[in-house]
Design a protein around this ligand. Structure first.
Ligand SMILES: NC(=O)c1ccc[n+]([C@@H]2O[C@H](COP(=O)([O-])OP(=O)(O)OC[C@H]3O[C@@H](n4cnc5c(N)ncnc54)[C@H](OP(=O)(O)O)[C@@H]3O)[C@@H](O)[C@H]2O)c1
Length: 297
């Protein structure tokens, strides 16, 4: 495997992409370098500059910039809207990823791709390991599974990271919605029968950088699970946000059936995390500690 020096990040104006930029760049926009680290150059792009559904444009970009590694955080992430526009969801999450996998194959580029807990149906009662059978129950989940399959079929050295319940300071996510509602409402109702682990996108960005420095350990497509440690429900997450942010808003539990949405969500989304921790020597923070870190620092 060739040495990684030049890294293309797609979809980098989304929340994970912005966390990756923060992890990589100083306030002056220069590359943050650890002592003794090799020089890496990052190319941060989004759909306005580089659309992953345009195979010729991405192939040219990768070739012209001598890219060694693509980190794909581009995705169609509108879970409910996907139910009514499956073609768009599949074209980005399935065909777009197929394009990247084939460019990587032709140009000998390492691929790091982000997938989701929504590839599972949520009927399990113990944490999913990376061999657990997938069975997505939403269009979004099916489209993300199509992306995983494209990479597996291409048989390229690559890492697929499934993550869950991503939040950060950026964009539309559960944390930002709760912080807004905490200021606007005296009480809210949040589903308390879906179990999973909130994941601070800044922690995932750090994990991706750790993986970039250890791609020599990977020779074929491999799936890993990454979430913050611990388990809660959306209601538990909401209560912790209100407590930590010292909001007076009361959070009341409800059943999923009382909050119908176009897309079905898995009732159980907990990952087994030991594979990624061991393979790349990654320490994963507990979700409550990570939330506190984000809100206070
Ligand atoms: N958010 C979650 O809770 C969650 C949970 C599990 C897994 N994931 C996965 O984690 C990854 C990152 O999610 P995120 O929350 O950072 O998503 P996000 O905020 O929606 O960011 C995705 C970015 O990709 C861009 N994009 C869309 N279509 C594109 C295309 N054809 N070419 C290039 N860029 C394109 C989007 O642009 P526009 O905004 O203009 O469309 C957006 O900037 C995704 O793979 C997602 O499936 C997310």
């Amino acid at each position: 495997m060739k040495e990684i020096k030049k890294i293309l990040v797609t979809g980098s104006k989304g929340q994970l992409g912005r966390c990756l930029q923060d992890a990589v760049l100083t306030e002056k926009g220069e590359r943050r370098k650890e002592e003794g680290e090799k020089t890496l150059t990052f190319f941060f792009t989004d759909i306005d500059e580089l659309d992953i559904t345009d195979i010729a444009a991405v192939a040219d970009y990768a070739f012209n910039n001598k890219i060694d590694c693509i980190v794909n955080v581009a995705a169609y992430t509108a879970v409910d809207k996907a139910e009514s526009e499956p073609l768009v969801a599949f074209s980005i999450n399935g065909d777009g990823v197929w394009n990247l996998a084939h460019i990587c194959m032709e140009q000998n580029v390492f691929l790091i791709h982000i997938s989701t807990d929504y590839v599972f149906d949520g009927t399990a009662s113990s944490p999913y390991n990376t061999n657990t059978l997938t069975n997505p129950v939403s269009v979004y989940g099916k489209s993300k599974l199509a992306g995983e399959k494209a990479i597996k079929d291409a048989q390229i050295p690559s890492v697929i990271i499934r993550t869950s319940w991503l939040y950060s300071e950026y964009g539309h996510n559960f944390l930002n919605t709760m912080l807004r509602l905490g200021k606007e409402k005296e009480e809210i109702f949040v589903v308390d029968d879906q179990f999973g682990a909130p994941t601070n996108a800044n922690d995932l960005a750090d994990a991706i950088l750790m993986i970039i420095s250890q791609t020599y350990k990977i020779t074929k497509p491999e799936i890993f699970h990454y979430a913050n440690e611990g388990v809660t429900t959306w209601c538990g997450f909401a209560k912790e946000i209100m407590d930590t942010a010292q909001q007076q808003c009361e959070v009341n539990p409800i059943f999923t059936a009382e909050y119908p949405t176009p897309a079905v969500r898995p009732a159980y989304s907990v990952f087994e995390l030991s594979k990624i921790k061991k393979k790349f020597n990654i320490q994963i923070p507990d979700w409550k500690d990570s939330l506190r870190n984000l809100l206070f620092f």
